[in-house]
Design a binder for this molecule. Structure first.
Ligand SMILES: *[C@@H]1O[C@H](CO)[C@@H](O)[C@H](O)[C@H]1NC(C)=O
Ligand SMILES: *[C@@H]1O[C@H](CO)[C@@H](O)[C@H](O)[C@H]1NC(C)=O
Ligand SMILES: *[C@@H]1O[C@H](CO)[C@@H](O)[C@H](O)[C@H]1NC(C)=O
Ligand SMILES: *[C@@H]1O[C@H](CO)[C@@H](O)[C@H](O)[C@H]1NC(C)=O
Ligand SMILES: *[C@@H]1O[C@H](CO)[C@@H](O)[C@H](O)[C@H]1NC(C)=O
Ligand SMILES: *[C@@H]1O[C@H](CO)[C@@H](O)[C@H](O)[C@H]1NC(C)=O
Ligand SMILES: *[C@@H]1O[C@H](CO)[C@@H](O)[C@H](O)[C@H]1NC(C)=O
Ligand SMILES: *[C@@H]1O[C@H](CO)[C@@H](O)[C@H](O)[C@H]1NC(C)=O
Ligand SMILES: *[C@@H]1O[C@H](CO)[C@@H](O)[C@H](O)[C@H]1NC(C)=O
Ligand SMILES: *[C@@H]1O[C@H](CO)[C@@H](O)[C@H](O)[C@H]1NC(C)=O
Ligand SMILES: *[C@@H]1O[C@H](CO)[C@@H](O)[C@H](O)[C@H]1NC(C)=O
Ligand SMILES: *[C@@H]1O[C@H](CO)[C@@H](O)[C@H](O)[C@H]1NC(C)=O
Length: 775
């Protein structure tokens, strides 16, 4: 997924490293090579260094710091060629694990011009004696644990060119005295807890090239910075700045990158007409409260490579002039109110994230494009209508194609085959696609997730899916697919999630090896027949605690979520099972192991081998025609959180060992032929009476149903449920005995013009009850 990383050239690390660390290292090396032939180091300097070494217990780390050697040759040190005074100290990543005392030996090295203690586990406050380093040009204390305020005395360091305090815990205001450091070119205060505004004195930092204030608590309005005519990189993202869009900032001709993400800027984006050719490559205004249209004038930034506008309230359509941004690669507009056409030129970009807007059509694709290199195309949650545009078949580099939650119709074109070679994720959920899912997956060997749920697809599952050897998720829920159980998918080594729910799958199941399955939902189909005794015996992933691999999901979402934080890209949540809530795909980890066979016509015994699925969390076999006893082996499913066996023909007793299932929060045994004592356990006592309704004769329900209902919960009805229960009784009398193997209750009822209503009890788990209303 390396391609998804927005070009890193805008990030602080590479720029700064490439620019000043390089120079610093070169000068350091030159010093080191030159020093032996020059003056020996001063005793006073040597002693100061040894004092410093003792303060931090550095004997092991700095064994070259030995009195018997010239201190100018010690590790991390260079000396001035003429005077022999120590002029640089470079101890990056050496663990100091202590705080700098105001009288530290360090502060006796008055001639330092470079001090770098990056990532040294330095704690405590920055002593104001720092102001003694009058010749310092580079100060790097980044990636430590430094607390407290930035000392005012920092304003003494008037030669400073580089100041890097990234990633500490510094609090309080940015000192006004920083404005005295008029030589500063790189100022990096990101990832601290600084508050207040940017001091007006910053207007004096006219040599500043790069200013990074990301992730602090800075606020109020931005001061006028238009005088910083050398500024190239400006990042105030993840702060609390308010006020209108800072138009004046964009008059600085040297700017290359501006990041305003995650602030509270509001109002319209306004640019002034620039006469000179613009250097802008990166603009990020995501996650603010900006509204109005995308200004036409953005097209004057003809070097623009990334444009991030996600999570604002922008409206109107995409200006035609944007097609002139020939260098644009990343264009993110997720969560705005944009409307009109999705222009066809976007297919030459690398990444397009237009999710959750109101785009309603595809622009004409008259224009012949020589490159169609889009790798990520997310147009989900818009109002796109009609069939897919022809150009969708020409996306020969596309890896992630997300078109879910639109009004698209027509067939899924077979020519999509040309794009499947590069695809990792194809998400067409919740549209109105019809016809068959074409047999286009012969070359789809990179495909990880395929979600065509909630459409009107018919026919069989394409057999070419057998070539998708990396497939982890197949979701065809809520279509009209008419096929037998795809046992052949058992050969896919990574298939974790198989959802066939609410289709017209039919016929019996045979034993199948599903070595990686974590979630299987075949509910609400027309499956029939008995499940073989050993049915579950080779579902390895459900029998073992998973290995470290928790990474299955729509490609590498967590990874990408992190990498693309700046783009505010949002992957639409995916529903996995009907739990009354949409479950976010990325949260489906190995702890969510589910078997849902409900609403079919399975009959015969529940296979004992179910007890092998020791990692199972959710089991739903309700609404079938299972007979015989509840298998004892269910008691082995010690991690079970929900169990629904309701609406079957199960007889005999509830196995007493089910009382030992200590994680179960929801159980349902209702509408069966069970009898005998209900196991006594906190979990059983915590169920509602209705979970045991309508059985032959269950005992020990006093605590659960109350004294008056213990004899037979079927006939003795809690007052508030009276009406429904009367109806259940009628239903059971009418159909209960008549339900036999091979019949689908739903069909019987529907054919008699009865209505089935399913109420999802939002207990985070399965629908607990199915009420049958007779009308
Ligand atoms: C310093 O070096 C000398 C010889 O080079 C060695 O004998 C001595 O142990 C060293 N001292 C320390 C503190 O490492
Ligand atoms: C800090 O140093 C440790 C090793 O001492 C390294 O693992 C870590 O990546 C470094 N962190 C940064 C931000 O450089
Ligand atoms: C840092 O010092 C503390 C004691 O001051 C010690 O407990 C801790 O282990 C040290 N950490 C490292 C990484 O040396
Ligand atoms: C700042 O520099 C002056 C010399 O210009 C010096 O006298 C003073 O002590 C320094 N202040 C601090 C806090 O180091
Ligand atoms: C910063 O400069 C101003 C003059 O511009 C001076 O009055 C002030 O003392 C300086 N501050 C520090 C901390 O050096
Ligand atoms: C900028 O510097 C000048 C002189 O160095 C000083 O007079 C002025 O007060 C400074 N401006 C700000 C805003 O600090
Ligand atoms: C700053 O970063 C932390 C950790 O990465 C994050 O939790 C926090 O939300 C960020 N602050 C802002 C204002 O975005
Ligand atoms: C911007 O300026 C150019 C001339 O420099 C002019 O042709 C163009 O119309 C201006 N655009 C706008 C939107 O003002
Ligand atoms: C955009 O929204 C503003 C109100 O925020 C409204 O006045 C304007 O008409 C909208 N423009 C379009 C093209 O919908
Ligand atoms: C889509 O955008 C609307 C407002 O523009 C917002 O209320 C909603 O939460 C967004 N949906 C998602 C899934 O982010
Ligand atoms: C499928 O892959 C093979 C080998 O990589 C290639 O020759 C063939 O053209 C591909 N077919 C399609 C439809 O892309
Ligand atoms: C698909 O690829 C084949 C061979 O690579 C080519 O002949 C055909 O025109 C392509 N179809 C589309 C719609 O691009």
């Amino acid at each position: 997924m390396a391609m998804m990383i927005p070009s890193q050239s805008y990030s602080y690390s590479s720029i700064v490293i490439s620019l000043y660390y390089f120079l610093f290292l070169i000068s350091f090396l030159l010093h080191t090579l030159a020093s032996p032939t020059l003056h020996h180091c001063h005793h006073s300097q040597r002693d100061a260094l040894l004092q410093f070494k003792n303060e931090f217990h550095l004997d092991a780390a700095l064994h070259s710091w030995n009195k018997s050697r010239d201190c100018c040759s010690w590790k991390g040190i260079t000396c001035d060629a003429k005077s022999g005074k120590v002029n640089s100290l470079y101890l990056d990543t050496i663990s100091l694990n202590n705080s700098l005392k105001p009288n530290s030996g360090l502060f006796k090295l008055h001639h330092l011009d470079s001090l770098s203690l990056r990532n040294c586990s330095l704690h405590g406050e920055i002593p104001s004696s720092l102001g003694n380093f009058l010749q310092l040009t580079l100060l790097d204390l980044s990636h430590n644990n430094l607390l407290g305020q930035i000392p005012l005395s920092i304003g003494n360091l008037s030669s400073l060119i580089v100041l890097d305090l990234w990633g500490n815990n510094l609090v309080g205001q940015v000192p006004v005295s920083l404005g005295n450091l008029t030589q500063l070119r790189y100022l990096i205060l990101s990832h601290n807890k600084l508050s207040g505004n940017i001091p007006v004195s910053f207007a004096n930092l006219t040599k500043l090239c790069e200013l990074y204030l990301q992730n602090n608590s800075l606020g109020s309005t931005l001061p006028d910075m238009s005088g910083l005519h050398n500024l190239e990189y400006f990042d105030v993202s993840e702060n609390s700045f308010i006020g209108p869009f800072p138009t004046s900032l964009f008059t600085i001709p040297s700017l290359i990158s501006v990041n305003l993400e995650r602030n509270h800027f509001k109002g319209a984006i306004k640019f002034r007409n620039v006469s000179s050719s613009s250097r802008f490559q990166f603009l990020n205004f995501a996650q603010n409260n900006l509204d109005g249209p995308i200004p036409e004038l953005i097209s004057q930034y003809h070097n623009l490579e990334e444009l991030h506008l996600s999570y604002n309230n922008l409206n109107g359509s995409i200006p035609k002039s944007l097609s002139k941004l020939f260098k644009l690669e990343y264009f993110c507009l997720t969560n705005n109110n944009m409307e009109g056409e999705v222009p066809s030129w976007i297919r030459r970009l690398t990444m397009v994230a237009f999710s959750n807007n109101s785009f309603n059509s595809f622009g004409p694709s008259s224009q012949v494009l020589d490159k169609t290199q889009v790798k990520w195309l997310d147009l989900s949650s818009n109002a796109l209508q009609g069939p897919l545009p022809r150009w969708i078949c020409k996306l020969t580099s596309v890896e992630i194609l997300i078109l879910s939650n639109n009004l698209l119709n027509g067939s899924i074109p077979p020519c999509l085959k040309n794009s499947t070679t590069s695809l990792t994720d194809l998400v067409l959920r919740n549209n109105s696609f019809s016809g068959t899912l074409p047999d286009i997956f012969n070359n789809a060997t990179k495909l990880i997730s395929l979600d065509v749920s909630r459409n009107q697809l018919e026919g069989e599952l394409p057999k070419s899916l057998i070539h998708c050897t990396r497939l982890q998720l197949l979701n065809v829920r809520s279509n009209r697919i008419k096929d037998t159980f795809p046992f052949w998918l058992g050969s896919l080594p990574s298939l974790h999630v198989l959802i066939l729910r609410s289709n017209k799958f039919h016929g019996p199941h045979v034993s199948t090896k599903f070595q990686s399955l974590r979630v299987i939902d075949v509910s609400h189909n027309d499956f029939t027949g008995t499940l073989p005794t050993f049915y579950f015996s080779e579902w390895l992933e459900m029998t073992t605690v998973g290995v470290e691999d928790d990474s299955f999901m729509i490609s590498d979402v967590p990874y990408m979520g992190k990498v693309l934080n700046a783009t505010a890209l949002y992957i639409s949540s995916m529903e996995i099972v009907n739990k009354g809530v949409e479950m976010e795909f990325k949260r489906i980890n190995q702890d969510y192991k589910t078997v849902d066979f409900s609403g079919n016509s399975f009959c015969g015994n529940i296979p004992e081998s179910i007890g092998l699925l020791k990692e199972l969390r959710h089991l739903n076999l309700s609404g079938n025609a299972f007979t015989g006893n509840i298998p004892q082996s269910l008691g082995d499913l010690t991690k079970l959180e929900s169990l629904d066996l309701s609406k079957n023909q199960l007889s005999g007793q509830i196995p007493q060992n089910l009382g030992g299932l200590s994680f179960v929060s929801t159980m349902n045994f209702s509408h069966n032929l069970l009898e005998g004592p209900v196991p006594r356990s906190t979990q059983f006592q915590g169920q509602s009476c209705s979970s045991f309704m309508d059985n032959l004769r269950l005992y020990g329900l006093e605590d659960i149903c109350g004294e008056t209902h213990v004899k037979n919960p079927v006939l003795e009805v809690p007052a508030e449920k009276e009406e429904q229960v009367v109806n259940w009784i009628a239903a059971v009398i009418a159909y209960g005995p008549g339900v036999f193997c091979g019949f689908v209750i739903g069909h019987i009822l529907t054919s008699r013009k009865h209505k089935i209503a399913i109420y999802d009890v939002i207990s985070e788990l399965f629908p607990v009850m199915i009420y049958v209303f007779l009308k």
